[in-house]
Design a protein around this ligand. Structure first.
Ligand code: NAD
Ligand code: MN
Length: 355
């Protein structure tokens, strides 16, 4: 029997609540004779680790993860530590260290969820946003000099490489080709950003030739926000830069009902390294420790993880279990307007998996 080695990294805030819930779900799945085994190793990295060791994760941390089959991640972000330290010290270290260059964010309105778009049917909103996850606006290149003086200068340099753009475009076209609509929207801003984004557009045209079965169009990122709200059914698969997709995917999550539901995968498509799956929300300081966090974003991330591992049947079973539970208003957490707790939702989804 195949045994998958799963690393869990709860991180900070509600990550410490939803990741144990995700593990509970995976254990329930395993117990329901899924046909595969799971072995877990938990890593207590994050804000607490930082307070104790002065770093978010150990220097050799990547080596502890390297031979895992997948990583389930919670959130990096602590009320007492600046966000750029928590983000770069843990999550981005793993994403960059394992060259997880494709960030994949599916959005759908799950059964029973009351989404804010009143003029569209739930079925009109079925998107996957592909986010370039290794360069662009979040390349980390830049600096600050003359700090505190009137002449202070600060830069964040957006860097795009042909290799980086070609590989994310190819990944996005391939993903679009695998979905029923076979349509890709390339998000750009080449009217204002006249160097790298122009190259981005040119590479889209070039890669499109490899995928004659995919229809595609181009949309400026600002116009894309309006299109998402006004004409959601015209979109299917989207590809965008690191920053643009970061913003668009939070909008997508809100349009689907709550940030607490949305999942993501940080994928190394070449499978040289483990890929990492996580809910897109952060530490949620306002509700941490209260047992109110919605675990559905983590559960859907588990579904993505199972798909990545090639366990499609198990992934489908878990997704069905999730939607049976979201269909029941009594099992909605506070972010969805309900009163259910993390533990209640988790128990309900696990119960759905019983044979
Ligand atoms: P957030 O996602 O933590 O919270 C935004 C709002 O959504 C809050 O009101 C929160 O209560 C609510 N919310 C989020 N997830 C929820 C869930 N599962 N159930 C119920 N409600 C939920 O975003 P923020 O406030 O901008 O960031 C807080 C901290 O988290 C910051 O330190 C930030 O840097 C970090 N963060 C980390 C990640 C990550 O690690 N991937 C992502 C986003 C934010
Ligand atoms: Mn974000």
């Amino acid at each position: 029997m195949k045994i998958y080695k799963i690393a869990t990294i709860p991180g900070d805030g509600i990550g410490k609540e939803v990741i144990p819930a995700g593990r509970q779900l995976l254990e329930a799945l395993q117990a329901s004779s899924s046909g595969f085994g799971l072995s877990f190793e938990n890593f207590g990295w994050g804000g607490d680790w930082y307070r104790e060791h002065g770093v978010m994760m150990p220097a050799d941390g990547l080596d502890a993860l390297r031979h895992k089959d997948a990583i389930l991640f919670g959130s990096a972000g602590d009320p007492q530590i600046p966000d750029h330290i928590t983000l770069w010290g843990l999550r981005l270290k793993i994403c960059q260290g394992f060259d997880q260059y494709a960030n994949v964010r599916p959005t759908r309105i799950l059964t029973g969820i009351d989404a804010p778009l009143k003029r569209c049917a739930p079925a009109d909103l079925d998107w996957v946003i592909v986010r370039e996850n290794s360069e662009g606006e979040y390349s980390g290149i830049g600096g600050r000099v003359h700090q505190g003086h009137p002449i202070e200068v600060a830069t964040d340099v957006s860097m795009m490489t042909r290799v980086g753009v070609e590989r994310i475009m190819r990944f996005a076209f391939k993903l679009a080709a695998s979905r029923p609509r076979r349509h890709l929207t390339v998000i750009t801003k080449s009217n204002a950003q006249r160097h790298a984004m122009v190259m981005w557009d040119e590479i889209a045209v070039q890669i499109a030739r490899e995928f004659p079965e995919v229809t595609w169009d181009k949309e400026l990122v600002d116009a894309a926000t309006a299109r998402m709200v006004n004409r959601p059914a015209t979109l299917d698969t989207l590809v965008a830069t690191n920053l643009h997709a970061d913003v668009l995917s939070d909008l997508a999550a809100a349009l689907a009902g709550s940030l607490g539901i949305a999942p993501t995968g940080n994928i190394d498509p070449e499978r040289r390294y483990p890929s990492m799956f996580e809910p897109i929300h952060g530490s949620a300081f306002d509700i941490m420790g209260l047992g109110l966090a919605n675990p559905v974003g983590t559960f859907w991330s588990v579904v993505m993880m199972l798909e990545h591992l090639g366990e499609s049947a198990a992934a489908q079973r878990v997704m069905q279990a999730i939607e049976h539970v979201t269909a029941n208003q009594a099992l909605h957490t506070r972010d969805l307007g309900g009163n259910a707790t993390t533990a209640e939702v988790t128990a309900a989804v696990c119960a759905e998996l019983l044979p």
